[in-house]
Design a protein around this ligand. Structure first.
Ligand SMILES: NC(=O)c1ccc[n+]([C@@H]2O[C@H](COP(=O)([O-])OP(=O)(O)OC[C@H]3O[C@@H](n4cnc5c(N)ncnc54)[C@H](OP(=O)(O)O)[C@@H]3O)[C@@H](O)[C@H]2O)c1
Length: 325
């Protein structure tokens, strides 16, 4: 597996990472045994960048515990990223934001314990908190770096002003935001990332499973699956997205690859500082996705993809869009 450099602080990771969110939330009930096996298979195939978050355990640490236990035999060979920034003290009644310094410190200590490790390699602010100056957030992460608890600082869903202010206090190694054949908005931030020397992690790189050829009508997903309400799965958008993926599938087939492989290869061909982190509960899909690191797309392929999806998929990526500030 090829590696990529994210930012200017020395963060070096496999060109394709692995996201653990779907093992405990978002896409219906998970199977812990399969999840552990998928993580281990990813590592066998050269994936060394694993993404989790406090949020994915709803305040119980379940996602971080699952990841930590799965990687304990090879922890020192991999990079673990986790995230802070939500108030999960009363999840029965919903959750808000909390990037106050005392919460960041508490989340870091919890994450270290849940992951069973002595350091968090990448610590992201999951969402910008309008009630806490970003300088205070960056300063708190800086203290954690000085204390040896954290190695690199990341932001998620942040806008240019926040990125610049944070970077001035503690250099930001990586921005993480949704990016895929269906979601292009973040391209407007690439010049800022290039100017400041910050890497980029593409989350939901398979469009939450739509850009795989396996999307079903919203009502066919489990009651707890977020795709039941995802705008891209709703009538009107759904059919147009299916038609676009069908055309992508024809191109992929003509190259002897699959839709997910083409979707991930497309991301890798955009910039050399981008790393996608697809999630899957299945070992065979992890194998399929990981192979995308070796797929070459020609200029003609890229032009054909642009003709099929010039600006992305149909429908918004969230019912309530995160606001970039
Ligand atoms: N920073 C943030 O706010 C944020 C937000 C969302 C996600 N993320 C991160 O990004 C990671 C990935 O995003 P994601 O899980 O939302 O979306 P994704 O990777 O775009 O898609 C995941 C979905 O695609 C399916 N899938 C994966 N590979 C497949 C294949 N080869 N063929 C068919 N289906 C396939 C998975 O199903 P199976 O499991 O059944 O294979 C799953 O339902 C997350 O795990 C998380 O770490 C971050």
């Amino acid at each position: 597996m090829q590696h990529r450099t994210l930012g200017a602080q020395g963060l070096d990771v496999s060109a394709i990472g692995y996201g653990t969110m779907g093992l405990t939330m978002a896409y219906g009930p998970g199977d812990e045994t399969e999840g552990r096996a998928a993580i281990r298979r990813a590592h066998e195939l050269g994936v060394d960048f694993f993404d989790t978050a406090e949020l994915y355990g709803w305040g119980t640490g379940s996602n971080e515990i699952l990841l930590g236990e799965s990687v304990k035999d090879f922890r020192d060979e991999i990079t673990i990223a986790t995230k802070f920034g939500f108030d999960l003290s009363d999840v029965q009644n919903g959750f808000g934001l909390n990037s106050r310094p005392e919460n960041i410190r508490a989340v870091a200590d919890n994450s270290l314990r849940y992951l069973g490790t002595d350091r968090i390699d990448v610590f992201y602010q999951h969402r910008v908190d309008p009630d806490v100056p970003i300088e205070d957030v960056a300063g708190t992460v800086r203290e954690l770096i000085d204390a040896g608890k954290v190695k690199y600082f990341g932001l998620s869903e942040a806008g240019p002003e926040t990125i610049r202010k944070a970077h001035a206090v503690q250099p930001v190694s990586v921005l993480q935001t949704e990016y895929s054949l269906f979601e292009r908005d973040v391209e407007q931030l690439f010049p800022v990332l290039e100017e400041l020397g910050i890497g980029f992690v593409a989350y939901s790189p398979l469009g939450r499973g739509f850009i795989t050829g396996t999307a079903k009508p919203a009502a066919e997903y489990d009651e707890t699956d977020l795709r039941r309400v995802d705008p891209r799965w709703q009538a009107g958008n759904f059919e147009r997205n299916v038609a676009a993926v069908d055309r992508i599938a024809q191109l992929a087939a003509s190259k002897g690859i699959t839709v997910p492989q083409l979707a991930l290869a497309w991301i890798l061909h955009q910039k050399d500082y981008i790393v996608p982190i697809p999630g899957s509960r299945s070992r065979t899909r992890v194998e399929e996705n990981t192979t995308a690191a070796g797929v070459n797309l020609t200029d003609a392929d890229l032009a054909q993809i642009k003709a099929i999806l010039p600006t992305g998929g149909f429908g918004a990526r969230y019912t309530q869009m995160p606001e970039w500030v």
